[in-house]
Design a protein around this ligand. Sequence first.
Ligand code: GLA
Length: 508
Amino acid sequence: MCDKRNRRSTRALMVAGVVGLFGCLALLSASAYGQSLTGRWAASGGALDNGEQRIAIFELKETGDQLTGTMSSMGFAATPIKGTVKGTHFELFGPWDEKKPFVTGDLVNGELQMVQDGHDHWVAKSATASDELPKVAYIEPPPLHKVPSNGLAKTPPMGWNSWNLFQGKIDDQTVRTMADAMVTSGMRDAGYIYVNIDDTWEGVRDAQGNLPSNHKFPDMKALADYVHSKGLKLGIYSSPGTRTCGSYPGSYGHEEQDAKMFAAWGIDYLKYDWCSAGMIYKDEHLQPVYQKMGDALQATGRPIVYSLCEYGLGKVETWGPEVGGNLWRTTGDIRDEWSSMIDNVEKQVPTAPYAGPGHWNDPDMLEIGNGHMTDDEYRTHMSLWALVASPLLAGNDIRTMSPVTKSILLNKEVIAVNQDALGKQASPVKNGDLETWVKPLADGSVAVGVVNLGSAAAKATVNASDLKLAGVKSARDLWSHKDVKFTGGAYSAQVPSHGVLLLRVSAK
Ligand code: GLA
């Protein structure tokens, strides 16, 4: 038990002396101060919901209090990581976030005991030659051609998605009760039609290559039938890689088979998330790889909205429609935070010319009602998503919405701006802390939003001359639901910090 490898340095022994009274365990933890983290480590984590054991390989080099190296995990080959060491404790940072460690851990008795993202436990042992991740055979991407439009999503898709709130804790029962709530809350009748299951539904591929759902979704077809019986549609999630972002099996090499299965289940929407495909393919392959699933979906003959999720890589907005895509993410994942929400919508400003009926830029799903922004901030979130013609996929618990959350998500006048048939994406003009977004609408009127990015309330002024209208006939405040008057060619109102003034202005 008291492994000799752990008793090397005098520093370790000194520490061991002090804590010696606490016995062998304490001696071992303390003596681990003498052991280096340098080496190749085979890590195993908790089982996935499909029963598969999660595995990863860490190659680490300790230099002073710094760590460098790589991490490979199921589907994800050698990603560079860095870290810091203090005594037996260490923290690891991935290139996706250099400020927040994704792993914290301790070297205990020659093992790395790690916690990933604050909740997933991993243990790593010194790796042997046989500790390897499965090798992936390269499949050449197909030659490019144009996938015909599926004619869907003439206005931005609206619905609900499981990821933002539930992540891996989603199952058949939750989806059914959410579907019920979509009806009873009025969400369905306001246009929120898609109920989308995100990652972690996947089982294990069988010998014939079929990918069943896991125990959380005992009968996907029956679930689709239930959702359809409520006048709603069902969405699902997969990846062009071998593994999804949550490490579940992806559709790599099984695109047609999976598309057929989705169609047979009665699926109406697919979110297709790049994830581990980035380990096999380069950015220049994004288009043919997405085209492959676009073709496979069309070959099923079932109308299935095709949502590309590759975080805006490779100027997706310029080729998304050519692979049969109806919407594509333009950014990384949204968080339920003001700065994340604003960053995402601002990052997609250059994509504005590419939005239109059937093909939309997607700054990610809504966080409204998830609790970490103020009501003013959530009203701004909804207003901006409406102004930029983003898909409106609620990410909160529809079953327990507060009256304020309801009033935001169900604001019909704001939804009408989002769903406007012209399909234009507003762009901002900045004036100090105030940012003005103007969206031309099909009936010749415009929606204009003035967002207060500052930390104090401010007076927002909308000038008729900035709206490119011949003259103002009428104007309406879409949050107070009141008509307002332009005087001297302008309308002004006080806007709270992080709040919004949202008007619909009609031309003379
Ligand atoms: C990625 C996507 C998220 C979500 C997760 C699921 O991070 O961007 O929206 O689908 O994967 O693993």
